[in-house]
Design a protein around this ligand. Structure first.
Ligand code: BES
Ligand code: MN
Ligand code: ZN
Length: 507
């Protein structure tokens, strides 16, 4: 999909030839009847109570005299902030997905904040996304050109252009993450996931290295290997690298849980909704999405993405409750529940990450059902040993409208992980399940700031809207861009600050 940002007054918007014009109307936007055709329309619709500015309220019109667009939707966006725009566009998702709509113009009737412009880009991309990989007869997305129109009185032009460019990059990354998240496990094996990562090396600045069972064994990743031993499907350890700053700059390392299917293993899960465990690689998918977005923006930052990828299955060679395995760190782990496999693949990846001398490490994992109970689908769980890093991630989440919430890491929570048979057990009791999982991971964290994002509640939606969300690509990207802003450009090839252009396109 192609996005453009354009200065568009309401009179100009009426003259834009397109299949669909969505006019975003916020509380307090004033309209003078007679000023132009769209102002007159909105003023009358509001006056006669056929339109309210409540987010999501809308009025559909067809072939309006004096308007070049075939269809017009007047859409309430509440306060006109990012949340209002997001909710508004969600309400008209069906129109944005309609087969007859190829070219759309979204125009802010009043003034638009940078965050609102970003929310408009992401909202329209999200609403019009269609999964087709294993449903080829589905009506694929027809919308291919979107113009975001903002009034001429934009306060800070270059900041808005930057917000716009960021949001376009986020949509590209989010869609890649959704695509891989949605694919069923037989279309998203560890090998196929690794191939997808290798595919990203076609973009400048991106390299990829993939390890298989032999190399992983050589490194002594006993915990990761233990999870993969219950299936003939070979494991993959994916290492993506984006070099946007000088080589001497320590990288930020992202670690994504890549369980391509989580049956629970011998501690088998119940059958209901087990299909949703194809989404258990959404952490790894978010890493792919972030790298795709980095390729788009080329920021001055170094990033490494690590994804331990395998299935968790219960065949005759599978890990058994009571088994003790030795992790790459040397710590022994008693497996009390084979369904607590995410922390096993992540702990070895965290040990590996320490070898990269990272500036910070952020792991992203669909780790615990307990986190879904605690925070639901609104905020991801944030566990962090470093206050500054926690603040950056919380702020990035706010910016990206991809929220998280900080959870505690008191040492007392680690009590339940004690066992007579190994250095640590892989589960504690049911209370505070998302925190005890984080405490387990923390044992494998080296001398670097570390954060863990439990995305079990936010990475996908169930029921009728079943599908991957692409979260937390937005949060992670904004965090990395913030870090890039604080990093000097490469010595040899200084990255020139882009002049504030009026238009840009992606893809
Ligand atoms: N992938 C699951 C976590 C999960 C469950 C995410 C449901 C989203 C929805 C993870 O591997 C798991 O099975 N965790 C167990 C841990 C338990 C055995 C301590 C859980 O949450 O039940
Ligand atoms: Mn599990
Ligand atoms: Zn899992």
């Amino acid at each position: 999909m192609n996005f453009d940002l354009k200065t568009l007054g309401l009179a100009e918007a009426a003259a834009e030839k397109c299949d669909l014009l969505v006019l975003l109307v916020a509380d307090g936007d004033g309209f003078t009847p007679g000023a132009d055709v769209l102002s007159t329309l909105v003023a009358q619709a509001i006056k006669s109570a056929d339109l309210s500015t409540k987010a999501g309220q809308n009025l559909s019109l067809y072939q309006v005299p004096g308007v070049a667009a075939r269809r017009v939707v007047l859409l309430g966006v509440g306060a006109g902030d990012a949340r209002g725009v997001r909710l508004g566009l969600q309400a008209v998702a069906a129109v944005l997905r309609a087969a007859s709509i190829k070219r759309a113009v979204l125009c802010f009737a009043g003034t638009a904040s940078n965050d609102a412009v970003a929310a408009a880009v992401q909202g329209v991309a999200q609403a019009s996304y269609v999964y087709t990989t294993t449903k080829p007869k589905a009506e694929a997305r027809t919308l291919n050109r979107v113009i975001i129109g903002v009034a001429d009185t934009v306060a800070d032009d270059s900041a808005m252009m930057q917000a716009f460019e960021y949001s376009v990059a986020v949509t590209v990354g989010v869609e890649l993450a959704r695509e891989w998240g949605n694919r069923p496990a037989n279309y998203a094996t560890p090998t196929l996931l690794a191939d997808a990562a290798k595919g990203l090396t076609e973009h400048p600045g991106i390299q990829c290295k993939v390890m298989g069972p032999t190399e992983v064994a050589k490194l002594g990743m006993g915990a990761f290997m233990a999870v993969a031993q219950g299936t003939p499907e070979p494991l993959r350890f994916i290492e993506l690298r984006y070099t946007g700053a000088a080589k001497t700059q320590a990288p930020i390392v992202l670690v994504g849980k890549g369980i391509t299917f989580d049956s629970g293993g011998i501690s088998l899960k119940p059958g209901a909704e087990m299909d949703e465990m194809k989404f258990d690689m959404c952490g790894a998918a978010s890493v792919l999405g972030v790298f795709r977005a980095l390729a788009e923006l080329q920021p001055t930052v170094n990033v490494v993405g690590l994804s331990p990828a395998c299935e968790n299955m219960p065949d005759g060679r599978a890990l058994k409750p009571g088994d003790v395995v030795t992790s790459m760190s040397g710590q022994t782990i008693e497996i009390l529940n084979t369904d607590a496999e995410g922390r096993l693949v992540l702990c070895d990846a965290l040990t590996y990450a320490a070898g990269l001398k990272p500036a910070a490490v952020v792991d992203i994992a669909t780790l615990t059902g307990a986190c879904v109970i605690a925070l639901g689908g609104v905020r991801s769980g944030l566990f962090c040993s470093d206050d500054a890093l926690a603040q950056s991630l919380l702020a990035a989440g706010e910016r990206a409208q991809d929220l998280c919430w900080r959870m505690p890491l008191d040492e007392d929570y680690a009590e339940g992980l004690k066992t007579n048979f190994a250095d640590v057990a892989n589960v504690a009791g049911r209370p505070a399940g998302s925190i005890t999982a984080a405490k387990f991971l923390q044992r494998f964290v080296g001398e670097f700031p570390w954060a863990h994002l439990d995305i079990a509640g936010t990475a996908w939606k169930g029921a009728a809207a079943k599908g991957a969300t692409g979260r937390p690509v937005g949060l992670l990207l904004h965090y990395l861009l913030q870090a890039a802003a604080a990093t000097p450009a490469k010595a040899k090839a200084p990255v020139a600050k882009k002049a504030p252009a009026r238009k840009t396109s992606a893809k």
